[in-house]
Design a protein. Structure first.
Length: 590
């Protein structure tokens, strides 16, 4: 094998790894975060968890990706360590699907049907379809499907290239003599673990082994320890991902490592003991791609069946390695919601976006509660209620800061056009909700001044403010419903109500000026009340913005500051209907 043969080998390996990466990325985009949501929610039963882990890994073609996701779930507190163990076991089974797909390269038959099952036959067809979808798909899901097909075709082409490059090694005596080293099981395990640890993919390292098996120089007794080592080596990815995580994330990675090490010890011990007694006839037979895929599947299924009843033991072993600290005990009593914004999720944008949406929904609730609390302070001032309002405002600031930073990072990832629009809506809405909270604390501060300076409101002024407050609470409730439920129908009611609130603000402001001129209350009180009503009107403006952002997800031509001018005839009639209804509901007494 000359220098050009080695170049071809490494070129094939590069295509193989790149194709696997592209295909996995495309599958994650198409899933739209749904696979991650399923993993998170349906893990109460260990058997279900194993099946889910296997299914998801078979789809995204990467046990490392599944395990890293699980480590992230545990790190953020979404999932308990006990739930994660079943998923890790299932991921090891699911990753064997790749080896079976690659084993198709070894099909030899004159039958046209069987020949079409060979990747070298159907991969070019998939590549053509994939490139057409990729080029014509724009920023739609078709492009992602095209990416999957192109990734698969590239992966298979790389596999074929590697196999062709190593085929001449069968006639090289030096290569055959090197393989005698693999007769030592410990050396075989170490080589398998080292190779997989370097490329961080058991599927890829098994694929390389299958390519080398084309030479006909590998026996089953040689490949079995290597496959065991490859399963241990794949733990490197999870271990690296947990280094920046909490201790629970590290325990999850340890469970993955212990599962494969214990499984390897049990499997190899049984194999060599039984082989010494029974003398397996297949031990000295040549292992082909299909045989390697079979061993890979048998090992992972066997290990799962043996260790599934002992998930508690694996969990306890991880806690013995990393015992609970006093800080962990305290943290368990106080959950950090912002752990949902784990940097690991940035590699799966759809799921990261779903977590941002959850926390944004909580921010919407905080903003609504802030407004309600501030309005109550106008009529019944309570120092404890004011302190709570300050706490809500500080919390809203924290949410806005963390969410905005995370979305900025997320927008730099490989996100779809649909995700980009969602990120834009969330960024603007988060700022508006935080601003609403700021305005609410200002209203509370003005109410505090009115109370401490003992400035009583007239009966008529209080009645007007109560009507105004009811309208503002109504628009806040509608805004939260619109945002949380993505309710376009409710969104259409917000702008008419905002116009009514504008009318109320203008009328009440005139009444304040008139009462000040007539001496019914002091200038200082009049100015404070004017500030309160102006802030209430500004809150309704932010509610209008949020409603328009949601409507923009359906129609990107809608512009925030000229929404009323863009309404067509039918929409204008709907607007007028709601406007008249709200005008009657929140009408000031004459």
């Amino acid at each position: 094998m000359d220098i050009f043969g080695f170049l071809t080998l490494f070129g094939g390996l590069a295509l193989f790894l790149y194709g696997m990466n592209i295909m996995g990325g495309g599958l994650e985009k198409v899933s739209g975060g749904k696979l991650e949501q399923i993993l998170e929610r349906l893990t109460s039963n260990p058997i279900k968890a194993v099946l889910l882990g296997a299914g998801v890994t078979a789809i995204i073609q990467s046990s490392s990706a599944t395990t890293v996701m699980v480590v992230g779930f545990v790190n953020s507190g979404i999932m308990k360590l006990s739930q994660a163990i079943g998923l890790i076991m299932g991921a090891n089974i699911g990753t064997t699907i790749t080896a079976w797909m690659l084993s198709l390269t070894g099909i030899e038959s004159s039958s046209i049907f069987l020949q079409m099952l060979k990747p070298s036959s159907f991969s070019p067809i998939l590549a053509v379809i994939g490139i057409l979808l990729f080029l014509a798909g724009g920023k739609t899901r078709k492009k992602d499907v095209g990416e999957i097909l192109l990734g698969f075709a590239t992966l298979m082409f790389g596999m074929e290239t590697m196999s062709a490059a190593v085929a001449p090694l069968a006639d090289v005596p030096e290569f055959t003599s090197i393989l005698t080293l693999f007769s030592n099981p410990l050396f075989g395990v170490l080589i398998g673990a080292l190779l997989t640890g370097i490329i961080q993919s058991s599927s890829a390292s098994v694929g390389i082994l299958q390519a080398l098996s084309i030479t006909g120089c590998f026996t089953y007794s040689a490949v079995i320890p290597i496959i065991m080592g490859q399963n241990i080596g794949t733990c490197v990815t999870a271990i690296l991902s947990c280094l920046s995580g909490n201790r629970n994330a590290k325990r999850t990675a340890l469970v993955h490592l212990y599962f494969n090490i214990i499984g390897t010890i049990i499997f190899l011990s049984l194999y060599y003991i039984l082989n010494a007694i029974i003398h397996f006839s297949f031990s000295d037979m040549v292992a082909g791609p299909a045989g390697i895929a079979l061993i890979h599947s048998i090992f992972n299924i066997f290990t799962t069946l043996i260790l599934l009843p002992f998930t508690k033991g694996l969990e306890k072993l991880s806690y013995l390695t990393l015992p609970l600290t006093s800080q962990e005990v305290e943290a368990a009593a106080k959950e950090d919601r912002f752990q949902l914004l784990d940097s690991r999720y940035l590699n799966t944008p759809a799921f990261a976006l779903d977590n941002v949406r959850r926390l944004s929904n909580e921010l919407a609730g905080i903003a609504k509660e802030s407004v309600q609390s501030s309005l109550q302070l106008i009529f019944r001032y309570d120092p404890e209620a004011y302190d709570k309002l300050e706490l809500l405002e500080n919390t809203a600031d924290q949410y806005e800061d963390r969410l905005s930073s995370y979305l900025a990072k997320l927008s730099g990832q490989n996100v779809t056009y649909r995700d980009i629009r969602q990120i834009s809506v969330l960024q603007h809405s988060i700022m508006d909700f935080e601003r609403i909270s700021d305005l609410a604390i200002n209203i509370g501060t003005y109410a505090k001044q009115i109370h401490t300076r003992q400035m009583p409101l007239t009966r008529r002024c209080q009645e007007e403010l109560e009507i105004y407050s009811s309208a503002l609470e109504d628009i806040m409730n509608r805004t939260e419903q619109t945002f949380v439920n993505r309710d376009k129908e409710t969104a259409q009611t917000i702008e008419p109500l905002e116009e009514v609130i504008d009318d109320l603000n203008k009328t009440i402001h005139k009444h304040h000026l008139k009462r000040m001129r007539n001496g019914k209350y002091s200038i200082d009180l009049g100015l404070l009340l004017s500030d309160i009503t102006a802030h209430m009107e500004r809150i309704s403006d932010h509610c209008s913005n949020i409603a328009i952002y949601e409507l923009q997800t359906e129609d990107s031509t809608i512009e925030e500051h000229s929404y009323l001018d863009q309404l067509d005839e039918e929409d204008s009639l709907t607007f007028q209907k709601y406007y008249l209804s709200f005008s009657q509901k929140y009408q000031l007494k004459k």
